[in-house]
Design a protein around this ligand. Structure first.
Ligand code: DSN
Length: 432
């Protein structure tokens, strides 16, 4: 970064300080991870200079031969990773990928059915403050408040809701749900009500690619994801199809009159529907990350992500915390802080003073507003990348408990901070 430091010391200082924060703190935000230096090099490369609207071999600009190769590599690797027939790697983010799905499958005013944001869903699955809730009629299913399915989705209730509201699109996927999904049951409901089934696997894509969670692709009409989070690539999005199929909307190619394939509708939805020029440096970085995820070591990493989250959830439970749904199948857990009488907001701030980063999160049926919350969401992907194992994750749960028992105590904060520093020194980030 010597050139950046010389030309723009203010921005260089921001990057330096963020590097120090990442190196010296415990990153437990479930949606974050640390990419490799190779991914960063591709993301920071001169491919940023190139405009390449269109698709490989069919661009609206000259000079695309090399970025075409990079995008082809990204597509080939993504297809191998998820064992699927088609992919579009251009979405700038998960939200852009999701927007393309709405554009391809729905008309404004159509009904969709998704997981309630307050029960772990995502903004782009119909929240009233998001385009998905503004342009479409959003209906929601949730998780159970108590009983044997506490914190889990009851598929009988999803079916009843689907029969009542007759959605055109059913979404699966979440940003704060610690259990696996029953894709076959979702598909049977979608077929019964004549809906399309869409899985947004942003959080769990790496675990799915590693075959440690169920695979949504054979069951869903379309799948989207982000490329960071458990997939451990650069920030970005992607749309996938297990198999291509003729579009069910009767749309035909202008000259030949043949029915267009759904992949053509999705390609057009990404560009020009939602985006302009794709970010070729980011697409190259996605290719690098997919290449990494195809290595056997990535599956080992994902297995450790799951084992670490499970150990941490167990430790929190034994300390007296309620984990929503009683545990986790994946990389994250939602912790109800009621037993400690502290809000999510106060917990996030107190933990941050001890160099532990989490995010406040509503727990299902939370009486607190979204900016206060009664819980926190904690995830294992980032610190597993640094090499921590189940022993360290259990220790971190105990450190967090010390802070949560005395959130305002400066001495506690200082002593936990020094233990955090010790862990960080033992598991350096980019010093490897
Ligand atoms: N913002 C992401 C998360 O933190 O889960 C979801 O897009």
């Amino acid at each position: 970064m010597s050139e950046l430091a010389r030309q723009d010391p203010e921005i260089a200082a921001c990057v330096e300080r963020e590097a120090a924060r990442q190196e010296h703190g415990l990153e437990l935000i479930a949606s974050e991870n640390f990419v490799s230096r190779a991914v960063m090099e591709a993301a920071g490369s001169l491919l940023t200079n190139k405009y390449a609207e269109g698709l490989p071999g069919k661009r609206y600009y000259g000079g695309c031969v090399h970025v075409d190769s990079a995008e082809e590599l990204a597509r080939t690797r993504a297809k191998a990773l998820f064992d699927c027939a088609w992919v579009n790697v251009q979405p700038h983010s998960g939200a852009s990928a999701n927007m393309a799905v709405y554009l391809a499958y729905l008309q404004p005013g159509d009904t969709l059915l998704g997981l309630d944001l307050a029960h772990g869903g995502h903004l782009t699955h119909g929240s009233p403050v998001n385009f998905s809730g503004i342009l479409y009629k959003a209906q929601f299913y949730g998780v159970e408040k108590d009983g044997p399915l506490e914190g889990r989705i009851d598929m009988d209730k999803v079916r009843s809701k689907a029969l009542a509201v007759r959605p055109k699109l059913i979404s699966i996927g979440a940003s704060a749900y610690s259990r696996d999904f029953d894709y076959a049951a979702f598909r049977s409901i979608a077929d019964e009500v004549g809906a399309f089934l869409w899985m947004d696997m942003a959080h769990t894509a790496g675990l799915i690619a590693s075959k440690l969670l169920r695979d949504p692709l054979p069951h869903c009409h379309v799948v989207t994801t982000t490329t960071h989070k458990t997939l451990r690539g650069t920030r970005g999005g992607m749309v996938l199809l297990k198999q291509d199929y003729e579009n069910p909307f009767g749309k035909r190619a202008p000259k030949s009159g043949r029915l267009k394939m759904i992949s053509e509708l999705l390609d057009s939805a990404v560009f020009p529907g939602v985006q302009g020029g794709p970010l070729m440096h980011i697409i190259a970085a996605k290719a690098v990350a997919f290449g990494e995820a195809l290595q056997p070591a990535f599956r080992d990493y994902c297995a450790r992500v799951i084992a670490n989250a499970a150990a941490m959830a167990e430790e929190f439970s034994s300390l007296g915390y309620r984990i929503v749904s009683g545990g986790t199948d994946n990389h994250l857990m939602l912790i109800d802080l009621a037993s400690r009488g502290v809000t999510g907001k106060a917990a996030e701030e107190a933990l941050s003073r001890a160099e532990i980063t989490v995010n406040k999160n509503m727990v299902p049926f939370d009486p607190n507003p979204a900016l206060v919350t009664g819980g926190i969401r904690v995830g294992s992907p980032a610190m597993t990348t640094r090499g921590l194992g189940t022993g360290e994750f259990r220790r971190i749960a105990r450190l967090m408990d010390r802070v949560l028992l005395k959130p305002a105590c400066a001495d506690t904060s200082a002593s936990v901070r020094s233990e955090v520093a010790e862990i960080c020194r033992a598991f350096p980030l980019y010093a490897r």
